[in-house]
Each structure stands twice: as structure tokens, then as C-alpha cells.
Design a protein around this ligand. Structure first.
Ligand code: FAQ
Length: 313
């Protein structure tokens, strides 16, 4: 008991002085548990997040667009792998984490439960969804847990490219025909509010933020990051002539913030409880991909064990 108190205060001192916590270092069980929760949710989000845009690979409007989209969706798979590896350093197996996703006990980001109805959605996801993810993950790249911080650093470099490809699609459509302009505006109208929800509930309703900030896992709160995202996105929308679907949006000269209207939290909780527009479809797609890929995993494991036997002989 005495040791635990001493360890905990030494642990907090290390965090307060800006040191990174590494996998073999002493850490409170609750810290380990919180990180596994957060990193695995993040990993699942990357993998499920491949589905909405993957839906448009075969229908991309040109070879150039198709190549960029293919590369982006493949990058998201890579991000999932960095993150599952980071979670594994905390003593949990990838198989268990994937089982939790497939049996519905683990969460993934609310944003991926919305449909991609037109090609403009691909641009708007790159611009808004990757844009929101970068704001959140630039902060997480400074997180106190070494493997998670380093994974986010690599992820952010790629996400920046994703955001640029998305914004370029949005800018092209916004400067296009009347139909193209209305298609991209319609996509922004549908994705704007769910993008704000990605940052999680308001700070007062966020059970995990205070603890995660004390431990330096999160460096900024949900509301703080959401406001930063709005502040940087409004000038981008104006630059390409897109209207943000919020009549209450106002610039506050004193604070320098773009103030925005109320978020529909009933919708958010409905989606994270499994009742969003595409939750069932996303889980069905992940379960069948898992079943269809079983023979690949078995073959890879057979090769790995054959190599081990050969090395021992
Ligand atoms: N969706 O107390 P808090 C991407 C849950 S990656 C679903 O505030 P916390 C890349 C939360 O888990 C996007 N659930 O929680 C890409 C908690 O439930 P629990 C994913 C949400 O952890 C782009 C409860 O609500 N990024 O987009 C959401 O302090 C394009 C209470 O919330 C990450 O996962 C939500 N939006 O803060 C890929 C980043 N928000 O677990 C493909 C890492 C909250 O207690 C294409 N995660 N909840 O049952 C984080 O930064 C944090 O975990 C937050 C939530 C900010 C998501």
C-alpha cells in the first residue's frame, strides 16, 4: 500500500516534468485501463473509418482521384496497425481488442456511422473529418504515453496529406457547375455537426477528461479542441464559398473565437449507443471482412510457426 502511494506520486512527478511513460515503467492500473480504452477505440475508428470512403473507390471520377483515395484508405489501415501495436505494449492482445469491436462492446468514432451519399462526401470527409482528427491527434502526439505519442506523430503527418486532398476536392467542386456546388454544399450540411461531435461531449459532461488531463494523456479538453477546429475551419469555408449550416455562427472580436450553435447531443448518444444511420451496416462489413480473412490469418500463422520450427532445428 505504502509502495503504491510512493509509486503513484513518483509517476505523477514524472508526468508533471514532461517525461514520457514507457511500456515497462510502473503505471497505475487505471492509467493502463484508460489508455487501452482510448487507444483501442482510436484503432477501431481508423479501421471502421476505411468503410465510408472505401465505398467510393470504384466510382472515383478520374484515375488521379482514384489513386489518391486508394492511398488514403490504405493509410487508415496503417494507422489502425500503429495503434493496435501501441495498445499491445500495455499487455492486451490484438485478437481480444478485435473481438471487443466485433461483439459490440468496444466503441469507435461516432462519425463513421454516417453514409457517404455522393462523391462530394469524400472531399468533405478529408477536409472536415481528417481536419478534426488532426486537431485532436496533434495534441495526442504530445501525450504522456510514449508509444501512443509516437504513433500519433506518424499518423498526423499522413492525415495532413489527407486533409489537403479532401480540401482540394471541395475547392474544385465549389468552383464547378451549379450541380457540383450544390452537391458539395449538401455534403457539408450533412457532415458539419457530426464533425463537431467527434470531439466528444462538453467538458462538464465528459467523465474521462479531468483524469486524462491530469495524467497528460490529453493535453487539451474536448471543448477547447472543438473551438480551435471551428476557428481554423470557418476561414477555409469562406475561402471556397461554402456556407456553414449554423445560423448562430458569430465571430467574437474579444475572444477571437467563432461562436457556434447548440450541438444535438441526443443524436450523438443515439449514434454511440449503436443506433446511428450506418452502425449495423458498418459492423456487418467488419464481421464479414474478419470471417473472409480468417484463412489469411491461419496461413500467416502456419508460416510463422513453420519458420520457428525451422529456426529451432
Ligand atoms: N465517438 O469522457 P469522454 C479519425 C465516448 S480517428 C464515439 O469525453 P474521452 C481518422 C467516450 O469514448 C477518430 N464515442 O471520453 C480518420 C466515452 O465512452 P467510454 C477517432 C465517443 O476518452 C479520418 C464517452 O463518450 N479518434 O477520424 C466520442 O475523454 C478519416 C464520454 O466521453 C480517436 O479515437 C465519439 N466521437 O474523450 C479515419 C482519438 N466522443 O469509453 C478514417 C482518440 C466521446 O467511457 C477516415 N480518442 N465518446 O464508454 C480521444 O481523443 C478521446 O477518446 C475522445 C473522447 C476525444 C474521442
Amino acid at each position: 500500500m505504502h509502495d503504491d502511494v510512493a509509486n503513484e506520486s513518483r509517476f505523477q512527478e514524472r508526468i508533471d516534468s514532461g517525461e514520457k511513460i514507457e511500456p515497462r515503467d510502473w503505471m497505475p492500473e487505471r492509467f493502463r485501463h484508460q489508455l487501452i480504452r482510448m487507444i483501442s477505440q482510436h484503432a477501431h475508428s481508423e479501421i471502421v473509418g476505411m468503410l465510408p470512403e472505401g465505398n467510393w473507390i470504384t466510382r472515383a471520377p478520374s484515375l488521379r482521384r482514384k489513386m489518391a483515395l486508394l492511398a488514403k484508405v490504405q493509410d487508415e489501415a496503417g494507422h489502425g496497425l500503429y495503434l493496435y501495436s501501441a495498445a499491445e505494449t500495455l499487455g492486451v492482445s490484438r485478437e481480444d481488442l478485435i473481438d471487443q469491436l466485433l461483439d459490440g462492446s468496444a466503441k469507435y468514432s461516432s462519425i463513421f456511422n454516417y453514409p457517404t451519399l455522393t462523391w462530394a462526401d469524400v472531399g468533405v470527409i478529408g477536409w472536415l473529418v481528417d481536419g478534426a482528427a488532426i486537431v485532436n491527434q496533434t495534441m495526442l502526439a504530445k501525450s504522456s504515453y510514449g508509444p501512443y505519442a509516437r504513433a500519433n506523430l506518424r499518423i498526423c503527418k499522413e492525415e495532413n496529406f489527407h486533409k489537403k486532398q479532401g480540401f482540394e476536392i471541395v475547392a474544385t467542386l465549389a468552383a464547378g457547375t451549379t450541380e457540383q456546388r450544390s452537391m458539395v454544399q449538401d455534403a457539408v450540411d450533412r457532415w458539419w455537426w457530426p464533425s463537431l461531435m467527434m470531439f466528444g461531449p462538453h467538458d462538464n459532461d465528459s467523465p474521462n477528461t479531468a483524469e486524462l488531463m491530469r495524467w497528460g494523456v490529453k493535453r487539451r479538453s474536448n471543448d477547447d479542441l472543438r473551438q480551435h477546429f471551428v476557428n481554423i475551419t470557418i476561414p477555409q469555408a469562406k475561402a471556397v464559398g461554402i456556407t456553414i449550416p449554423d445560423p448562430e455562427l458569430r465571430y467574437n472580436e474579444e475572444s477571437g473565437d467563432w461562436e457556434f450553435g447548440a450541438i444535438d447531443w441526443d443524436e450523438f448518444y443515439r449514434v454511440i449507443k449503436g443506433n446511428g444511420p450506418c452502425n449495423a451496416e458498418r459492423m456487418k462489413a467488419r464481421r464479414s471482412a474478419h470471417d473472409d480473412g480468417r484463412w489469411v490469418r491461419e496461413a500467416a500463422a502456419a508460416y510463422a510457426s513453420r519458420d520457428t520450427v525451422a529456426a529451432e532445428e
